[in-house]
Design a protein around this ligand. Sequence first.
Ligand SMILES: Nc1ncnc2c1ncn2[C@@H]1O[C@H](COP(=O)(O)OP(=O)(O)OP(=O)(O)O)[C@@H](O)[C@H]1O
Length: 232
Amino acid sequence: MFLEVNNLVKKYQTGKVTFQALKNTSFTMEQGQIGVILGPSGSGKSTLLNIIGGIDYADQGRVSVGGIEITQMSDKQLTEYRRSSVGFVFQFYNLIPNLTVYENIEVSSNITKDSIKIDEMLEAVGMKEFRDRFPRELSGGQQQRVSIARALIKKPKLLFCDEPTGALDYNTSKEILKLLQEVNRKYHTTILIITHNNAIAGIAHRKLRLRSGEIVEDMLNENVVSAERIEW
Ligand SMILES: Nc1ncnc2c1ncn2[C@@H]1O[C@H](COP(=O)(O)OP(=O)(O)OP(=O)(O)O)[C@@H](O)[C@H]1O
């Protein structure tokens, strides 16, 4: 199995109070799938993604990606894993304001040896004619396209999207989801999307639901639909 998450436990200590954000969380995913992680606020979605993405540590349990166990990695190995194997897309885009569209993507391509050509990537996300604009000169949806390009330029094995449509209107959200489906098909990137929106699960091969740090639903979606066809 491409992604294996086994019995993850994560505790946060605030003063004398210990809070268990993840309790024996386990799931697997095949390469090339889109997975959606649903769950109420505070259920542990971001914590889970951050551990799989190598930006946070688990207290117990195991995560392996492509047969390599990341929960055993040194800091140096984790930095390399983040650099070459994973991409992140956030709700508020996190683009560098004083760099153009092209330069924002270039920063990411410069840190990997084997990246996709920037012009190909701009074309793939429909942002070719905006290459010399600054983020402030773009709509939210356009900024999100750039942030997807920035994440994908390094050909990550795994793309993590934390509420990628959380700041976008209905139609723009659908366009971004459609783009995620397209890049999943084109580059065979395994994608994990965190969302509050149940309807988004329609575009995914897998639906996972977290509640209080536990997976309470884990379903294979036999009827994946195109993003244009989901409604909420
Ligand atoms: N650094 C921290 N210190 C203490 N508690 C934390 C920390 N980070 C997260 N938590 C707690 O862990 C729980 C899970 O947080 P997490 O951000 O993973 O939830 P989430 O499902 O992503 O929520 P949301 O949908 O609101 O983003 C929450 O109750 C949160 O308060």
